[in-house]
Design a protein around this ligand. Structure first.
Ligand code: ARG
Length: 462
């Protein structure tokens, strides 16, 4: 196929160079946005008297036909076309003749591509945001069904203090709430139409950029034409948000992997989200969680790739920028795929409350509460802390736990110990007494669940 720009050249582009230069094999996924953009552009040209109403009509009919035929599978992408923009334009001219050649008046592929990616990202982010909300909902549901399950809370992966399972996994819901709002924030900044910036300097035609932006659902236009075509901050911002989201899923995955091991056995993943081994008959592996953890690196890589591509680019458009798409497409595909598997994996897992409770009974995780017991009797915290440390050391030596150390022994350490200490350091008491706002106590867990319910309801999720 002859290039649109062939007039200036004596020789055709080398075949290998042509393949190297072409982006249709990946930017074809923006066909819908490219056509939408072209429809708005034709309408603007006609409104401003730059093309006639009849020419505009012809173009609009041609474009809708192309969209229909691509979607029904009647029209295949021509891989010889340089990119999706050239493909749509040349197909239009093939269909409606010379009027098709008027469409590219007062625009350039540089502002066209900057527009198409934005429109594409708006629609993909809508889907990703919905996926995030569904995961928040599943976490909240899980927390509600296992509100009374007590497990060890950890620091340094050492048993630290008793918490409820609900309190633990709700943490992930709050991370995801931030992920949701980070994406929304990035979209707010992306909500400016670049179309009409043209190649870099604007145009001599009397265009109406606000009209075109409005047709496409933007709230505003980019105010500097060079910025309009050279900015890819929105890709970086979204990829940063996706990277943080993946980091959260990866941390969650790590816990799922640990918890499903025989060493923990806090949960059992459903068979439909685990795999077996080709040699070890007993194996049930948490591959989905491992892959989510693994694919996190990929999304970080996409972000780093584009940051590196953009670094050092002079203004305005440079062909390096064509590399933006594969990076952001890969990040989007990966995030969607991961959320798609992760959410049902969490929804179907079984919480093994008994095992969690057993683990919480070991590791002296009520030692802080024992110290607090002495503090309530008037002892300074540091003194109490020291006494309890000695008691723990004694129990370890004697293979006892705080709950079954006899009161006579306690009294040898300090006379203010009394039999009421046993109730005070029961796992249930340790959890229920954590009454501070945001703590693991039942009132705080209820407030967390209420907050998340309201957050989800506002977004139409019940
Ligand atoms: N395929 C190109 C890209 O993705 C479209 C813009 C081409 N502009 C140009 N001046 N060659 O960036």
């Amino acid at each position: 196929m002859e290039k649109m720009w062939a007039g200036r050249f004596q020789k055709a582009l080398d075949k290998q160079a042509d393949d190297f230069n072409s982006s249709i094999h990946f930017d074809k996924r923006m066909y819908k946005q490219d056509i939408e953009g072209s429809i708005a552009h034709a309408m603007m040209l006609s409104r401003q008297g730059i093309i006639t109403a009849e020419e505009c009509n012809d173009i609009l009919n041609g474009l809708s036909g192309i969209l229909e035929d691509i979607e029904s599978g009647k029209l295949a992408f021509d891989m010889e076309a340089e990119d999706i923009h050239m493909f749509v334009e040349s197909e239009l001219t093939k269909r409606i003749g010379d009027n098709g050649k008027k469409l590219h008046t007062a625009r350039s592929r540089n502002d066209q591509v900057a527009l198409d990616i934005r429109l594409y990202l708006f629609s993909e982010c809508e889907e990703i945001s919905k996926q995030i909300l569904s995961l928040i909902k599943i976490i909240k549901d899980k927390a509600e069904t296992a509100k009374d399950a007590i497990m060890p809370g950890y620091t340094h992966l050492q048993r630290a203090q008793p918490i409820t399972f609900a309190h633990h996994i709700l943490t992930y819901a709050f991370m995801l709430e931030r992920d949701y709002s980070r994406i929304a924030d990035a979209l707010k900044r992306m909500d400016k139409s670049p179309i009409g910036s043209c190649a870099l300097a604007g145009t001599t035609y009397d265009t109406e950029r606000y009209f075109e932006a409005q047709q496409l659902g933007f709230s505003d236009i980019t105010l500097n034409s060079i910025d309009g075509v050279s900015d890819r901050d929105f890709c970086l911002e979204l990829m940063s948000a996706f990277s943080i989201l993946m980091m959260h899923l990866s941390r969650f995955s790590e816990e799922i992997i640990l918890w499903s091991s025989w060493e923990f056995k806090f949960i059992e993943l459903d068979d439909s989200y685990t795999t077996g081994s080709s040699i070890m008959p007993q194996k049930k592996n948490p591959d989905m969680a491992e892959l989510v953890r693994g694919k996190t690196g990929r999304v970080y890589g996409d972000l780093m790739a584009l940051l590196t591509t953009l670094k050092g680019l002079p203004l305005a458009y440079n062909k390096d920028m064509q590399e933006d798409k594969e990076a952001i497409f890969d990040a989007i595909d990966t995030v969607k795929m991961c959320l798609g598997v992760f959410t049902p994996m969490i929804a179907t897992m079984t919480v093994l409350k008994g095992n969690m409770y057993k683990a919480a009974q070991k590791g002296f995780i009520n030692a802080t509460d024992l110290a607090d017991y002495l503090v309530k009797k008037g002892m300074p915290f540091r003194t109490a802390y020291k006494h309890v440390g000695e008691i723990v050391a004694y129990c370890i030596k004697e293979n006892l736990v705080l709950d079954n150390l006899p009161i006579e022994k306690y009294k040898q350490f300090d006379n203010s110990f009394d039999t009421d200490l046993y109730d005070e350091i029961s796992l249930e008491a340790c959890v229920n007494k954590r009454i501070s706002a945001g703590g693991t106590g039942p009132q705080s867990v209820k407030s967390q669940i209420d907050y998340l319910t309201e957050f989800l309801n506002e977004k139409g999720i019940y």
